[in-house]
Design a protein around this ligand. Structure first.
Ligand code: PMP
Length: 373
């Protein structure tokens, strides 16, 4: 941590103010059909930071309520904001688990540092979060097609207009029961718009940090994709049209090399790509399986076209917390449709990967990545 952050918060100080019975929200009847992020649980976690008061303040759980801030708050002007996306899963044994939460905490602290916001002790935060989830535990869906999405958020709330680091901040967390993230085509795969005139991230930028400012400029491009009947944006970078990410997912390609050996590749963490926790987990699992080669290397559109022409491209899929694995069946690239045979494989690896990861998350496979709250 930065020494000048001052005092840290501790979970033992957590104060809890429960919602009154009349404040409790009705729970959804059908968790599997829930749209993403539209329904929220009864409580939230708040931790304020005030430099003038020595640093991080006492964590508190309160009923879900509106935030009040000064209209000059830095978050509202310079997007001094960053967030995380995690999930709590109700296991087949009834226990509630979260997945590799320390990875989210590390990523969040890196984004805080880059935003001039105070860093914090991830372990203490996870203890507070676990308490919040226990209090709202009935909101964790009783279904393997659904889970409780967790949105930790850190904002700069200093009521001053200077473009400078914020002396006050709020780390808050809201929870939302969610079903599956995408409305996929009938076969469960998604189609993509790949338009090289748009760029999501660039060298020296913050494409590798989960900051709100990365997402606003993607919305209109996503809308353009939807107008063309395509479900997601494939973000390209550079003269050679490198594939970087799909919507809010990392990308993986499985193909046969010239000698017939199969290889799984994903772009390297070169600053243009969010270091996805699903990505990291898939790399670790598939390397451990040892059934095919696994590499981090740049993928370009000309390479995709060539592999398709030679019949060597097997699978293309996005990966992320929201969807786990999202197979891709078509890319609209410079006016032509490239049909990807992801769904035509006999024993696709994206299916095995999904089964393994969800098996760990829902407690069917014992694994240290799954942390019981
Ligand atoms: N890329 C972007 C741009 C994202 O927003 C996300 C979601 N956090 C991911 C990739 C996937 O990351 P993770 O596997 O940690 O959810």
């Amino acid at each position: 941590h930065d020494k000048d952050v001052g005092q840290q918060f501790a979970a033992v100080q957590l104060a809890v103010r429960l919602a009154a019975p009349h404040q409790l929200q009705p729970k959804p009847d059908n968790d599997d059909a829930l749209a993403f992020g539209k329904v929220f649980t009864d409580h939230m976690l708040k931790i304020y930071y005030h430099r003038s008061l020595g640093g991080w303040q006492r964590p508190e759980i309160t009923p879900l309520e509106n935030l009040v801030m000064h209209p000059a708050a830095k978050v509202l002007h310079y997007a001094v904001e960053l967030f995380e996306g995690m999930k709590a899963y109700r296991g087949v044994d009834g226990k509630i688990r979260i997945f590799r939460p320390n990875m989210n905490m590390n990523r969040m602290n890196l984004a805080a540092k880059r935003s001039g916001l105070p860093t914090f002790e991830g372990e203490e935060y996870i203890k507070c979060l676990s308490r919040l989830i226990s209090i709202d535990s009935e909101w964790v869906p009783h279904s393997e097609a659904a889970s409780l999405y967790i949105r930790p958020t850190l904002i700069g709330i200093d009521p001053t207009l200077g473009v400078a680091s914020s002396d006050s901040a709020l780390l808050y967390t809201i929870l939302s029961p969610v079903g599956s993230y995408f409305k996929a085509d009938n076969d469960g795969a998604v189609s993509l718009l790949a338009d090289p005139q748009y760029t999501r991230a660039w060298p020296g930028g913050v494409g590798n940090r989960k900051m709100g400012s990365n997402y606003a400029p993607t919305i209109n491009v996503q809308k353009e994709a939807a107008q063309k009947g395509l479900q997601q944006v494939l973000w390209l970078y550079g003269e050679d049209h490198q594939l970087t990410e799909v919507g809010t997912m990392n990308i993986f390609m499985f193909y046969a090399q010239e000698n017939g050996d199969k290889v799984l590749v994903t772009p390297p963490l070169n600053g243009l790509i969010l270091p996805g926790i699903t990505r990291d987990s898939i790399l670790a699992l598939t390397k451990q399986w040892g059934k095919f080669e696994v590499r981090e290397e740049v993928i370009t559109m000309p390479q995709v076209s060539q592999l398709l022409n030679e019949g060597r491209l097997l699978e293309l899929f996005g990966t992320g917390t929201a969807c786990v694995v999202s197979p891709i069946n078509r890319i609209n690239y410079m006016g032509t449709n490239l049909y990807i045979p992801t769904m035509e494989q006999e024993k696709p690896i994206h299916e095995t990967i999904r089964e393994t990861l969800t098996g760990i998350q829902y407690g069917k496979i014992e694994h240290p990545w799954a942390v019981t709250i």
